[in-house]
Design a protein around this ligand. Structure first.
Ligand code: NAI
Length: 343
């Protein structure tokens, strides 16, 4: 089984290293992203392994398919960067639906605490031996209302953390669950009543720009917005305007809608072309990390383990427990439908 990896960094290679050469697994790592120009690098491979910012569009899929690639193994949970309609009937797509939801949930809380207790400012100040407290006044999370959008694995882990902080918890999900101390409400209510809003739903045509000027208009003045899910859930221009108008108290972003050209790379010393991001960066109440929420030892090792299992299951057993497929409605007896995990 020859597998070509795209968009790899040293930490990816380290996590997958132990599988190299084991039981016929041949792994080839490229730093470059997968796109139309680089798809040819996978010629002769059985599978490609891609990450969140690889562009797996219809042309790329056709090229991979023409070159004999049979499997796209995503080493992440989200799959909005894959044209599933184009892949259907040509190449199977598998993903890692769960690794460490705690990694992302804990990062969301780390951003929130950093922001509301001004840790990022205090860190810089004390390194300059500036021990003044002026401008560092924060607020207690205890007793505040958090609105969680998407109560899947990560949303629930985040809710558990918030419960520990004594927060009142509102939630919105298209498939509500039974969760202790959680009140499910509609989105307008969640926007209206929350002091903190945290996004944990996938990026789909329905969720694109769910935070825009209309939803921001409904929110409390001083609301803190957390996004560790996908950048395009938020209209960045509208977010920026909400911050300029002093409506939004703080924004903590691990993802950004135009991140694919920037995140995971070092652009220090370069001139930033993205004016919206550059302006957001100048705001004292905006914290940005570059899609880092997943980056823990536990998550990386879980991702590698499931990815290798996905690849082996496909080539050795013709099984795809973690397949992502386009809703075709044509198969009589589909395992995904039987197991109720077809969307
Ligand atoms: P999950 O599949 O366990 O949960 C997603 C939840 O969102 C489900 O409960 C689903 O019913 C709900 N949902 C779907 N459509 C919705 C809608 N229109 N409105 C409200 N809720 C909706 O996924 P999981 O593992 O919790 O991951 C959530 C998201 O986190 C992923 O989609 C991914 O984009 C992001 N993520 C980010 C990472 C990072 O490093 N920043 C790492 C891993 C995931």
């Amino acid at each position: 089984m020859k597998v070509t990896f795209f968009d790899t960094k040293e930490y990816d290679r380290k996590a997958f290293e132990k599988y190299q050469g084991r039981d016929g697994l041949e792994l080839k790592f490229y730093e470059t992203r997968l796109c139309e120009d680089t798809a040819g690098l996978a010629r002769g491979s059985d599978a490609v392994c891609v990450f969140v910012n690889d562009d797996v569009n219809a042309a790329v899929i056709d090229r991979l398919h023409g070159d004999g690639v049979r499997l796209i193994a995503l080493r992440c949970a989200g799959y909005n960067n894959v044209d599933l309609t184009a892949a259907y009937g040509k190449i199977h797509v598998v993903r890692v639906p769960a690794y460490s939801p705690y990694a992302v949930a804990e990062h969301a809380m780390a951003l929130l605490l950093c922001s509301v207790r001004r840790i990022h400012k205090a860190y810089n100040r004390t390194r300059d031996f500036n021990f003044s407290l002026n401008g560092l006044t924060g607020f207690d999370l205890h007793g505040k209302t958090v609105g969680v959008v998407g109560t899947g694995k990560i949303g629930r882990a985040f809710i558990d953390i918030c419960r520990g902080f004594g927060m009142r918890i509102l939630a919105y999900d298209t498939f509500p669950a039974e969760l202790p101390d959680v009140r499910y409400v509609d989105l307008p209510t969640l926007f209206r009543e929350s002091d903190v809003i945290s996004l944990h739903c996938p990026l789909t045509p329905e969720t694109v720009h769910m935070i825009d000027k209309n939803s921001i208009a409904r929110m409390k003045k001083g609301v803190v917005i957390l996004n560790t899910s996908r950048g395009a859930l938020i209209d960045s221009e509208d977010l920026l305007n909400g911050i300029k108008e002093r409506k939004i108290g703080a924004a903590c972003l691990d993802v950004y809608e135009e991140e694919s050209d920037l995140f995971f790379e070092d652009f220090s010393g370069h001139i930033m072309d993205d004016d919206t991001l550059a302006r957001l960066m100048t705001m004292p109440n905006v914290l940005i990390t570059s899609h880092q929420a997943f980056l823990t030892e536990e998550a990386l090792s879980g991702i590698a383990q499931t990815t290798v299992k996905n690849i082996r299951d496909f080539f050795e057993k013709n099984e795809m427990e973690n397949e992502v497929c386009y809703h075709c409605g044509r198969l009589e007896d589909c395992r995904k439908k039987r197991q109720k995990n077809c969307f």
